[in-house]
Design a protein around this ligand. Structure first.
Ligand SMILES: *[C@@H]1O[C@H](CO)[C@@H](O)[C@H](O)[C@H]1NC(C)=O
Length: 238
């Protein structure tokens, strides 16, 4: 009986140590305009020298997706908080001033955490483009979004016995400031990277005539107003 137990332990250990995978990500930027939905379809493909495990071996693990963002793109921390509270998406980003134009902003990062319930995971991040200062002739600026990094964490040592060891990393567990031990998992991107997001820029050549006309309207309006107040006083003083 004891021997049989040891045999079972040993064989499951061999199985797990041989269950390795490659990870493939299809990343898409959906919708148009300044507010968009970045989606990730993450697929684990298991491979093994032995027989493939009959069921998904990582039901209790979590992935941490780290998406770097250029200065011109941001995720709204309040929006992410709302999504987290309503259990629709577990994502955080560093505090950022969402009012600032791209020129005064810093690159940022969004972290998404999700359980690996199956070998196919879909997740997303709501993203927004910052305004750019108007330039002569206007046009478009290009924001380039780099590939995400993928980290993984399991309650047991499931990720420790890989033939090519995964790189350890001590980073945020989830939303709070506590740190956990993760492993960085190499990924294959299925789509072309970086992802390009063109943002329209105001035209300074339009700005000056518009400003002049606006200023003129304000001045004429004010003069008209002062004159009519004077007239009113004149009528009522006598
Ligand atoms: C973005 O796309 C994902 C995946 O299709 C979807 O689950 C999510 O609800 C979308 N977000 C919004 C704000 O519509």
């Amino acid at each position: 009986m004891v021997k049989f137990g040891i045999f079972l332990l040993f064989s499951s250990y061999v199985c797990l140590s041989d269950a390795q995978f490659s990870v493939h990500i299809e990343q898409n930027l959906r919708w148009d305009g300044f507010h968009r939905n970045m989606t990730y379809d993450i697929t684990f493909i298991l491979f093994s020298n032995e027989e493939l495990p009959s069921k998904w071996p990582y039901p209790d693990c979590v992935i941490g997706l780290h998406q770097p963002l250029p200065a011109g793109i941001y995720a709204n921390p309040d929006e992410l908080n709302d999504l987290r509270r309503s259990h629709r998406l577990n994502a955080i980003t560093k505090k950022t001033n969402i009012e600032l134009p791209a020129e005064q902003s810093e690159p940022n990062m969004v972290y998404v955490v999700k359980k690996t319930a199956t070998g196919k995971i879909r997740t997303w991040i709501p993203l927004h483009a910052r305004y750019h200062r108007a330039v002569r002739f206007g046009g478009y600026v290009l924001n380039e979004i780099e590939a995400p990094k993928l980290f993984m964490r399991c309650p047991d040592e499931k990720l420790d016995n890989f033939k090519e060891p995964l790189t350890p990393a001590k980073i945020l567990c989830t939303g709070d400031s506590k740190k956990c031990n993760w492993k960085e998992v190499p990924v294959f991107m299925n789509n072309k990277m970086p992802i390009k997001w063109h943002v329209p820029v105001g035209d300074l050549n339009h700005y000056y005539p518009v400003a002049v006309v606006t200023a003129a309207a304000v001045v004429i309006g004010s003069v008209f107003l002062i004159l009519s107040i004077d007239e009113y006083k004149f009528v009522h003083d006598y």
